[in-house]
Design a protein around this ligand. Structure first.
Ligand code: PMP
Length: 365
């Protein structure tokens, strides 16, 4: 063991960091990004908001990101009926990854456990590890779905301090029934987090846990601007929860964690929410096109509520992945037997993907 390895926290020794491959290929459909660049008018609005901050960069930003949180609450109100959410119910950070990390810092930590249902978002166990929280994987049913009974039983068995639910789930693409969320909340004594990074892509826009927050102070819904707002590079995530829970996060956040530039950029993008929604609609269309096309080839694909699909029935998934990559299209081998995950792209990218898939299947049926 090297001297440095020896000095490292024992629970981090020998571990690997998060690493979705970042390869330079013409068509990148592997990290569930929004395929569309920021439209010119939106870029101009974002630049205008950032421009107003530049001379004030000698000062620290608003520690509590009040204007941004207020705009996020307004967005949720306009888009999803509000559910009575105000600035005090909303918290923002550098991506929903940081939101999740802050939740684990405040409510998890050494000696505490968080329960997850894998396969799901691969960062959840890593965020648990980084915060010294024990991650317990309760798995899923054979078809990767979750039922209320399954979730209730797993929570009763493991008695976790926190529970991660993901809806729509990554990598399966499917949204959870309200009954699963209610079952988890009733069975758990701790914090129940519903990670809704892909909420805006759901087939039924009502399939969000936001409407279940009232009267459930331990329930947290996390969201991101990385997907629907095509803002992954800006790093803006947020949550909606009971105001008392939001206040507790101030105990663990770094002072000035969200730069003035990030807050301004996000407010500029939020001012263009309606325009960006048109691209979400187009990505949903391309996603459904992939589902239809792959089904026509006889491959099992569940209907997706996200901007990606999980295809199954592949005898040689790794070989198909490679053959598609050889044709300049990068998708994701998430390590599930016979399955690959594909992010919906622009119309041209999706055409390139479907052509490459056809050829790959001929090569490796
Ligand atoms: N949750 C899920 C389910 C995700 O798939 C992702 C990103 N791929 C995130 C959260 C994190 O997103 P971000 O930190 O960019 O907000």
């Amino acid at each position: 063991m090297s001297e440095i390895e020896n000095l490292l926290r024992e629970d981090l020794r020998g571990q690997s960091p998060y690493g979705a491959p970042q390869l330079e290929v013409p068509v990148q459909l592997n990290t569930n990004e929004n395929a569309f660049p920021i439209p010119d008018e939106v870029a101009a609005k974002v630049a205008e908001f950032i421009g107003r901050e530049l001379r004030g960069l000698n000062r620290y930003p608003d520690r509590d990101a009040t204007l941004l949180r207020s705009d996020l609450a307004t967005y949720l109100a306009q888009k999803e009926g509000g559910h009575g959410l105000t600035v005090d119910h909303v918290w923002a950070a550098n991506g929903s990854n940081e939101i999740l990390q802050q939740l684990l810092q405040a409510f998890g930590g050494p000696g505490r456990t968080v329960l997850g249902f894998m396969p799901s978002y691969s960062m959840h166990p890593l965020l648990a590890r980084g915060t010294g929280t024990t991650f317990v994987d309760a798995g899923r049913e054979a078809d990767y779905t979750l039922s209320p009974a399954y979730v209730r039983e797993a929570i009763a068995k493991h008695d976790p301090d926190l529970v991660f639910l993901v809806s729509p789930n990554n990598p399966t693409g499917t949204a959870l029934d309200d009954a699963v969320i209610d079952a988890a909340y009733e069975a758990a004594r701790g914090i129940v987090i519903v990670d809704e990074a892909y909420a805006e892509f759901a087939r039924d826009p009502r399939s969000t846990a936001l409407g279940r927050l009232e009267g459930r102070p331990r329930l947290v819904v996390t969201r991101t601007m990385s997907k629907a707002f095509a803002f992954a590079g800006a790093r803006v995530g947020y949550l909606a929860a009971d105001p008392e829970l939001v206040e507790k996060l101030l105990l663990v956040r770094l002072p000035y964690h969200l730069s003035s530039i990030t807050q301004a950029a996000a407010r500029g993008a939020l001012a263009c929410a309606a325009q960006l929604q048109a691209e979400v609609d187009e990505l949903k269309h391309q996603r459904d096109r992939i589902v239809k096309n792959l089904r026509a080839k006889g491959l099992p694909v569940a209907d997706s509520d996200a901007n990606f699909v999980l295809v199954g029935g592949l005898r040689d998934a790794a070989g198909v992945w490679r053959a598609i990559l050889d044709r300049g299209v990068l998708i994701r081998d998430v390590g599930l037997p016979g399955r690959l995950r594909i992010t919906a792209g622009t119309e041209d990218e999706t055409t390139a993907l479907l052509d490459a898939f056809d050829q790959a299947l001929q090569q490796r049926p």
